[in-house]
Write a protein that binds this ligand. Structure first.
Ligand code: PGA
Length: 251
């Protein structure tokens, strides 16, 4: 069975006090069984968060990292640095990194390689802009992001890969892909992986949906056959709504 995951991507939100407040609230919750809960705080709060949830089944995730081991890269953080504070999972290729920080598929492929060389787990984000959907180019674009970002990997590397499909037009906009649109694209992603590798690999990869996931729509989206959870931005900042989403898997 594929891993079910609900991951909170806090982006540039929650300072130290707010992070602590969230963690106090989170630790009071009964976490749903069979769902991996992940949170991705700011770099400055990763160490504290990791220490704070040590005894809890919560995975602490970084939102990004640099592809080099170390060196003159002012403002950047390496895989080794993340691992040294206990972080073993990283989000790569988020659409905000792609569009605002000009990260292209080539640099993302390098980042993936570095993360895997450190035996880290990668949540690799892909997703089309509205313009691609309007011109019916969304499948081609997704295929290209998979090919250029991930399809150089060996079969064994796929055990460390999680995919997040996040249509850019649905991120932070309140507009969500319909459950059918999400299922259609998730099935396409799985089929594309199966054609390149094998059914066995494709059927083991968790594919998360991201883009305005909220307590009110999570259940229907997560009920789709090829949707294995969510990467949640805005609604992950509040413990109650994040937990409501994590509990959306329950029958
Ligand atoms: P959103 O963000 O849930 O606020 O739309 C999702 C994401 O960017 O990962």
């Amino acid at each position: 069975m594929r891993q079910k995951i609900v991951a909170g991507n806090w982006k540039m939100n929650n300072d130290m006090a707010e992070t602590e407040m969230f963690l106090v609230g989170l630790k009071k919750q009964v976490l749903p069984e069979g769902v991996t809960i992940m949170i991705a705080p700011a770099f400055t709060n990763l160490n504290h968060t990791f220490q704070s949830v040590r005894e809890h089944p919560v995975t602490v995730v970084a939102q990004n990292m640099h592809q080099s081991e170390n060196g003159a890269f002012t403002g950047e953080v390496s895989a080794g640095m993340l691992k040294s504070v206990g972080v073993k999972t990283v989000i790569l290729g988020h659409s905000e990194r792609r569009s605002l920080f000009k990260e292209d598929n080539d640099v993302l492929a390098e980042k993936v390689n570095t993360a895997l060389a450190h035996d880290m787990e990668v949540i690799f984000c892909i997703g089309e802009e509205l313009s691609h959907r309007e011109t019916d180019d969304h499948f081609t674009l997704i295929e290209e992001q998979l090919e250029e970002g991930l399809f150089h990997l060996s079969e064994v590397s796929w055990k460390n890969i999680i995919i997040a499909y996040e249509p850019v037009w649905a991120i932070g906009t309140g507009e969500t892909a319909t459950p059918d649109q999400a299922q259609e694209m998730h099935a396409f992603i799985r089929k594309t992986i199966a054609e390149k590798y094998s059914n066995s690999i494709a059927n083991k990869v968790s594919i998360l949906y991201g883009g305005s996931v909220k307590p009110k729509n999570a259940k229907e989206i997560f009920a789709q056959k090829d949707v294995d959870g969510g990467l949640v931005g805005g609604a992950s900042l509040d413990v109650e709504s994040f937990m409501a989403i994590a509990n959306a898997f329950k029958k």
